[in-house]
Ligand binder design. Structure first.
Ligand SMILES: [Zn+2]
Length: 260
């Protein structure tokens, strides 16, 4: 796991699994953990990093309801979880799904955990809206299309956008079950002015990148999605993201788009 300070109040850690990003954000004497790393040793180190850097974590936030972003409770068992209303609703309608998917991952890789994943109901946050972190305020923006739910978080004092599963340098836009290419395009349009003024963007997978690079990725992703809607499986993939794994994601995207 890598830990990188983007700002005195922002630390990003990147998991060895799927390069999933988690972000510690501090405002004065309170901090939040946004999303999570995946492996147990990473979750242990994360708690130590937060303590050492004096980020007193009082709450967990999730950009969306996919299991690999929901593991923060292993690092901070007493911190309540907050999420967009769309995510809180999804966690209720898909109760047990994150636990099942985590178990499948752990069985595949022979990972053991100290206890089963506990996900007490998420507190619903107003999106679009704000949430206070100590003396600062995080802006919450709807970010749907990858999945049916989600939000992006903008830390204006740090110039950092925590995007959720958008703008990844390693993963093409993924339209999951419940996601939608047109909603994804709308999210990109919504995020564009924030990306344009961001010093750093933290996508859900692939580690933090500079704003300028994120803007280039945003344009590539838009071109890919527009082609996907027009040409389905014939759409060309972004140049730097044409691995076998990305082609498999593309094949699923094409199937989902053709069904709508
Ligand atoms: Zn993800």
């Amino acid at each position: 796991m890598r830990a990188v300070g983007l700002h005195p109040d922002v630390i990003v850690v990147t998991s060895r699994a799927y390069a999933t990003a988690a972000v510690l954000v501090r405002g004065g004497d309170e901090a939040f953990l946004i999303d999570s790393p995946v492996f147990p040793d990473e979750l242990d180190v994360l708690a130590a990093v937060a303590a050492q850097a004096e980020f007193p974590v009082v709450g967990l936030l999730a950009t969306h309801g996919d299991w690999d972003h929901l593991l923060g409770g292993y690092a901070f068992p007493d911190a309540p979880l907050g999420a967009a209303e769309s995510t809180a609703a999804r966690l209720i309608s898909e109760v047990g799904t994150p636990q099942r998917e985590l178990r499948a991952f752990d069985e595949e890789l022979y990972v053991t955990r100290p206890r089963p994943l506990s996900l007490p109901g998420a507190q619903q946050l107003p999106v679009p809206g704000h949430v206070d972190v100590g003396s600062r305020e995080l802006e919450l923006h709807p970010a749907e299309g990858h999945t049916v739910d989600g939000m992006a978080l903008w830390a204006p004092w740090a110039g950092v956008l925590i995007a959720g599963d958008y703008l990844s340098p390693v993963e093409i836009p993924m339209i999951s079950e419940g996601g939608s290419a047109s909603a994804y395009l709308a999210t990109l349009a919504r995020l564009e002015p924030l990306v344009a003024q961001a010093a750093h963007v933290v996508p859900g997978h692939g580690g933090a990148i500079e704003g300028e690079r994120a803007l280039a990725i945003l344009r590539e992703d838009r071109a890919y999605l527009e082609a996907l809607l027009e040409r389905g499986a014939g759409a060309p993939l972004p140049l730097a993201r044409r691995t076998g794994a990305q082609r498999a994601i593309h094949a699923k995207n094409a199937e989902r788009v053709s069904r709508h």
